[in-house]
Design a protein around this ligand. Structure first.
Ligand SMILES: [Zn+2]
Length: 354
């Protein structure tokens, strides 16, 4: 396997630019031969299981990327919004179209960060995670309480996938499974399982604006760093994901046995990354996120987009910065664990298993 996703000739340019979740799922599924070999399935409408336990955000629309029109060629290094791609996609399920399951897994893995989890009332404490979106994508303990339900998000989407397969809607089976890979990868991200180191929380408990700005800077800065590495084709990240996913298959691991230690490992990695981001880029990076303004006429996504561009300029001012070695090493460890978990999940759905 010689590709890095963005250079894979089996995938049209209309689906680019690519994002971290897509790289993560791409490398993980590439390691499972049985899944890669599955024949295309017919595109079908959403079975809408009407799951009361899992309402969908009011702004969400299922787009069908199988039917696309390419109309631009965005710069991969300066694209930060998941919904801004080179193509336009159909809002109706295209008839007579088929697609390979591995491609479904890859191209819908960013979908949970669009709108399905936004603008919902899920819990009285959801403000801490930035609203219902964060609530479903994070899970951590702070001040003796549990915040977020990412583990449940994984399980529910696995259940929806199973239901779709049982109802002979394989297309949506893979698509729900793709969403499950997203939440499972989020659980391996230190910023999703341990929002802020306790030393920092205690010191800034009564300075909520500074707390918010600094946490955003460290979190977003780290995401931007990892995404850029993927997009330039970083061999260590690819190897880590492939090896992790292969190891999971060889060892016949079970997800329920592994998921809490997985989360725990990720949690332990927050403090060193958080401290590194502040030590290395400090006030300059935090100031970039000071631009966030609740009263702006721009929506939140557009604003973060502007911050991301400025943050990338700071983090990659010197792309060979030796200091980035630290982030490279710890992120490679993280991605090995993420690949391992995605390998466990995906192999359960490969044809020679149950
Ligand atoms: Zn997420």
């Amino acid at each position: 396997m010689d590709y890095y996703l963005h250079d894979d000739p089996r995938l049209p340019l209309a689906w680019a630019p690519w994002f971290s979740h897509e790289y993560i799922t791409y490398f993980s599924v590439q390691s499972i031969d049985e899944l890669m070999a599955l024949p295309p399935v017919a595109v079908k409408p959403n079975p809408d299981f009407n799951n009361e336990k899992w309402p969908t955000g009011p702004k969400h629309i299922d787009l069908y990327k199988e039917s696309y029109r390419e109309y631009r060629n965005l710069s991969p290094l300066w694209s930060f919004a998941y919904n801004e791609r080179n193509g336009e996609y159909s809002i109706d399920p295209p008839e007579h179209k088929t697609i390979e399951p591995w491609k479904i897994l890859v191209i819908y893995s960013t979908e949970p960060d669009l709108h399905p989890d936004h603008d919902l009332y899920l819990h009285k404490n959801q403000k801490i995670t930035g609203g219902s979106h964060g609530w479903r994508h994070m899970q951590f303990r702070a001040l003796g309480r549990k915040f977020g339900i990412a583990t449940e998000s994984v399980r529910l989407n696995i259940d929806l996938a199973r239901m779709a397969f049982r109802n002979s809607n394989d297309y949506w089976g893979w698509r729900y499974l793709s969403r499950a890979t997203h939440y499972l990868a989020d659980l391996g991200n230190p910023f999703h399982v341990h929002a802020v180191p306790s030393w920092f929380l205690i010191r800034n408990l009564f300075a909520s604006k500074r707390l918010f700005q600094t946490v955003s800077a460290a979190h977003q800065g780290y995401e931007i760093y990892a995404e850029r590495r993927f997009r330039v084709g970083f061999p260590a990240f690819k190897q880590a994901l492939l090896q992790g996913a292969r190891e999971a298959q060889a060892d016949h691991l079970v997800m329920d046995d592994e998921i809490s230690s997985y989360r725990h490992q990720a949690k332990k990695r927050l403090k060193p990354i958080f401290n590194f981001m502040l030590d290395q880029f400090g006030q300059e990076l935090i100031d970039v996120f000071g631009q966030l303004d609740k009263n702006s006429h721009l929506d939140a996504a557009a604003q973060t987009n502007m911050c991301s561009k400025d943050a990338a300029k700071i983090i990659f001012r010197d792309p060979d910065l030796p200091a980035l070695d630290f982030l490279d090493r710890i992120t490679t460890e993280i991605l090995f664990d993420v690949g391992r978990m995605l390998g466990i999940l995906l192999q359960r759905f490969s044809p020679n298993k149950n």
